[in-house]
Design a protein around this ligand. Structure first.
Ligand code: ATR
Length: 292
């Protein structure tokens, strides 16, 4: 039921998801359902790929209209594009490639960080008195847990919005590397436990702690430490409500879920692929039905 197009024709726009593995991804279900609902002559197909550069050289033109890039190719993807969005370049990862209409060249973007950051910004706007704020992250303390690809993306994204970034990680040296990149502070997880966050601070978990099947993992921030944050984001979307989110809610924080980041990164891709605004409610609805 994933490929709900009537038929493929010479004008059908073909989009690919490139990764290894790819079979677990919900993105084909989501993108194809949206194409179908909007009546677009387009299809989105997963490709299990070992060598990204070789694949793109062989197939990029004129067969494909754009690509989603997933693990383990997000870093290599940068070197395969002719142009890369400057923030994606400083993050060091591309998750979306489009083909420029004028010359057919490949252009790379990162909608993972835009999806997460915009979801968090809307979370802050939901706090009392912030409804109309143009730049809700400006001057705000933003604590990222984790210093892998996702941690770096959020740290760079938040810094770009003018936040004061703090990076906490199990391995301190990795925290320091990301903190240095964004002119922020590095913490160990023990430091995080005693860290007194300023009023209105955001906490963002980018580690896999609490992800299915380890849903009972103890969060890396205790309830006592959680109580100093106004907004708590968890990049995990399986389960939809993690133990961190449950405990943050008990502490009175505003929650931003990994599902919302998932929907928004896909909305960002749809907009780059089609040049049209993404149907937010429709995509949220489909994503809710397709993710566990
Ligand atoms: P991603 O690209 O998804 O961010 P990654 O590069 O593997 O994935 O990074 C995983 C992050 O989760 C790291 O910050 C890792 O901490 P280390 O740098 O110390 O390895 C963190 N992480 C994973 N499992 C963890 C655990 N059980 N406790 C604490 N941190 C953990």
């Amino acid at each position: 039921d994933v490929y709900r197009i009537k038929q493929l024709g010479p004008d059908t726009r073909v989009y690919g998801l490139i990764g290894k593995p790819v079979s677990h991804s919900k993105s084909p279900i989501l993108h194809n359902a949206v194409f179908k609902s909007l009546g677009l002559d387009a299809v989105y197909v997963p490709f299990l790929v070992d060598d990204l550069a070789n694949f793109l050289n062989t197939y990029s033109s004129p067969d494909f209209a754009g690509f989603s890039i997933t693990m383990p190719h997000k870093e290599t993807a940068i070197t395969c594009c002719h142009d890369v969005d400057p923030i994606a370049k400083s993050i060091g990862a591309v998750n979306t490639i489009t083909k420029r209409q004028t010359d057919g060249k490949l252009v790379g973007y990162n909608t993972d960080y835009t999806g997460a950051i915009s979801a968090i910004e809307d979370g802050i706007r939901g706090l009392e008195g912030n409804g109309e704020t143009v730049n809700p992250l400006g001057g705000r303390v933003f604590v990222v847990i984790g210093a892998g690809g996702a941690g770096k993306a959020l740290a760079v994204g938040a810094k770009h919005k003018g936040a004061k970034v703090v990076v906490a990680n199990r391995t301190y040296d990795r925290a320091r590397e990301v903190a240095e990149l964004v002119g922020g502070q590095a913490l160990t997880l023990a430091d995080l436990e005693n860290y007194q966050a300023a009023e209105g601070a955001v906490l963002a978990n980018t580690t896999s702690v609490g992800m299915y099947p380890n849903i009972h993992d103890t969060p890396l921030s205790s309830k006592k430490a959680l109580s100093s944050y106004s907004v708590v984001f968890d990049a995990i979307y399986n389960p939809k409500v993690t133990r961190l989110m449950r405990e943050a809610a008990e502490c009175g924080a505003t929650l931003v879920s990994g599902s919302e980041m998932f929907v928004r990164q896909a909305m960002g891709q749809f907009e780059l692929f089609t040049g049209s605004p993404a149907p937010a409610d429709l995509m949220r609805d489909i994503a809710m039905k397709t993710t566990r």
